[in-house]
Write a protein that binds this ligand. Structure first.
Ligand SMILES: CC(C)(COP(=O)(O)OP(=O)(O)OC[C@H]1O[C@@H](n2cnc3c(N)ncnc32)[C@H](O)[C@@H]1OP(=O)(O)O)[C@@H](O)C(=O)NCCC(=O)NCCS
Length: 329
């Protein structure tokens, strides 16, 4: 009988731009306060990319780190997948820009858009490609520059987001299988709850769309909050069930870093104590597709995870979309 192909996580990497925007900086831009932002979101500061530093640049830097970590050369990668809501351009894909930067022509490259759940969707896609035997080493990146689609006069949204990128290399293996389970979901009836109204085919860019600031994030914050908590709990429970593991087996729970209150509510409803929950939102803000992978990478780098540890990632985002994955490091 043919042996089943498993997936090994060969390495991770991350990159955040140098420039820091603190809550105190924001106090000078809109009617807000460090106290309000900290209490309502848990965010203290976020990173901001430069004008000449597109999403593919952050993706490139995170990828180089992941390749180094994995001890793999760029030419050993046979597919590139980038999860993003802030591509360099509407087309071609950010994955193609990344491919050119990595100088690995001919390798298939494409973007996927599942908002803040994009990286979890990406794990599922990469796993399916590897298990099918079609590809052997996939570079999966979650990269976003939300500060470039932010309305800096809207205090409801501008305090929440930041820029960053994380990368993971997933390789075919007959010895191990590190992706224990993935669960995905979406509900398109909420598409107007967290969105960017213009620039696509339903509302192409005009002077009017620019004047009305329709090229920036619009969000019904309370609705996002209300739906995010039960959907993240559902996804986390389902992925755990499919992995045939229990909470006791999970070394670290890594939720999407959107809001500290959402993270705490999900942990409470799951019955997970906060010392098992990884949080870095205070220094990153919400970096959308990049949150779970950059948090995972940080947890590995600072020694909170060791080889063999089991981790659960869970995310929620515009669409609405949600997903969770149980993986072994
Ligand atoms: C955005 C969010 C922090 C707002 O918190 P909230 O408790 O719902 O706050 P409200 O929207 O009820 O606003 C309460 C008051 O604070 C004000 N406010 C909003 N943003 C503010 C800010 N940055 N600084 C100060 N006051 C602010 C509001 O205008 C409102 O004032 P009002 O009562 O005079 O009208 C919260 O809804 C949230 O986190 N939602 C989820 C957002 C998210 O995670 N999105 C990404 C998901 S992937």
């Amino acid at each position: 009988m043919k042996k089943k192909i498993g997936v090994k996580i060969s390495g991770t990497g991350s990159y955040f731009p140098k420039k820091v925007l603190t809550n105190v900086d924001l106090e000078k831009m809109v009617d807000t306060s460090d106290e309000w932002i900290s209490a309502r979101t848990g965010i203290k500061e976020r990173r901001m990319s430069e004008k000449n530093e597109p999403t593919s640049e952050l993706a490139f830097r995170a990828s180089v780190e992941a390749l180094k970590f994995a001890n793999i050369l760029p030419e050993q990668i046979d597919m590139i997948l980038v999860a993003t809501v802030t591509p360099d351009m509407l087309f071609p894909s950010t994955a193609c820009f990344l491919q050119a930067k990595l100088n690995i022509p001919s390798v298939p490259a494409f973007d996927l858009l599942a908002s803040c759940s994009g990286f979890i969707y990406g794990i599922s896609i990469a796993r399916a490609f590897i298990e099918s035997g079609l590809y052997k080493r996939i570079l999966l990146v979650g990269a976003d520059e939300l500060t470039k689609i932010t309305d800096w006069t809207d205090r409801n949204t501008c305090v929440l987001f930041g820029d960053g990128a994380g990368a993971m290399i997933l390789s075919a293996s007959y010895e191990t299988d590190n992706i224990l389970s993935v669960f995905l979901g979406a509900d398109g009836s909420y598409s107007n709850s967290l969105f960017l109204p213009a620039g696509g085919t339903s509302n192409p860019a005009t002077i009017d769309t620019v004047n009305k600031k329709l090229h920036t994030i619009k969000m019904h914050g309370k609705e996002v909050f209300r739906v995010a908590v039960p959907k993240m709990v559902l996804a986390a429970k389902k992925a755990l069930e499919f992995s045939e593991k229990t909470l006791e087996n999970i070394k670290l729970f890594i939720p999407h870093q959107a809001n500290m209150r959402i993270i705490e509510a999900v942990a409470r409803k799951m019955g997970i104590s906060m010392d098992k929950v990884f949080v870095n939102i205070h220094k990153t803000g919400n970096v959308s597709s990049a949150t779970t992978i950059t948090a995972l990478d940080e947890a590995i780098k600072i020694g909170r995870l060791q080889n063999g540890d089991i981790v659960e990632l869970v995310a929620f985002g515009g669409g609405f979309t949600w997903g969770a994955a149980v993986i072994r490091i």
